[in-house]
Design a protein around this ligand. Structure first.
Ligand code: URA
Length: 190
């Protein structure tokens, strides 16, 4: 890990920019391959993540891992992060101010990893990256290019656990991600 990453993780680890820092057990900066072609962005840590300091380790995380594997990829080859790095109490969605305070960290992570494709898991991730004009249900599965990075909204795995009818479209989205990565590797010659 380079010094820039170490500095970034240290800054995240000691952050007190919003009130979530006061109630966290552990900060959850993100994890995975620092050179990943594929990045996932979720909402924020839940109870399991807060306990372990790692993203997507609860039931939703297990499903995310299975879906990544189902399309022939490996979780450890991806980079996984969240909009906010500290657990919002009672698993509420992060407030706009909390997301704003935390977003510079995510932007730095994206700039350092330089992924080819970013999958946005759920409404909070979509809102704070693509913006207010996007809707998961309407825009899922569609890629939007921003500065050479292909961003795609899909359902949050927790939503799939609540509503099984979303699993099939989400599976289609994951296949589209795999195919896009393949096409990009052809066109970029890597
Ligand atoms: N849900 C999220 O959005 N992120 C996690 O890390 C875990 C659950």
């Amino acid at each position: 890990m380079t010094g820039v990453w170490e500095d970034l993780l240290a800054a995240i680890g000691s952050c007190g920019r919003c009130k979530l820092g006061a109630s966290r057990k552990n900060v959850v900066p993100g994890e995975g391959d620092l050179n990943a072609r594929l990045m996932f962005i979720g909402e924020g840590p839940g109870a399991n993540e807060d306990e372990q300091g790692r993203p997507f380790v609860g039931k939703a995380g297990e499903l995310l891992t299975r879906m990544i594997e189902a399309v022939g990829m490996k979780r450890e080859d991806c980079y996984i992060a969240n909009i906010v790095k500290c657990r919002p109490p009672n698993n509420r969605a992060p407030e706009d101010g909390e997301a704003m305070a935390c977003l510079p960290f995510l932007r730095a992570q994206v700039a350092l990893v330089r992924p080819w494709v970013i999958v946005l898991l759920g409404a909070t991730a979509v809102k704070h990256t693509l913006g207010d004009n996007y809707r998961v249900t309407r825009d899922r599965g569609r890629f939007t290019e921003r500065a050479g990075v292909f961003m795609m909204p899909t359902f949050h795995p927790a939503a799939l656990l609540r509503d099984g009818s979303k699993k099939r479209p989400a599976w289609e989205d994951f296949k589209a991600v795999r195919d896009r990565l393949y096409l990009l590797s052809q066109s970029r010659g890597e």
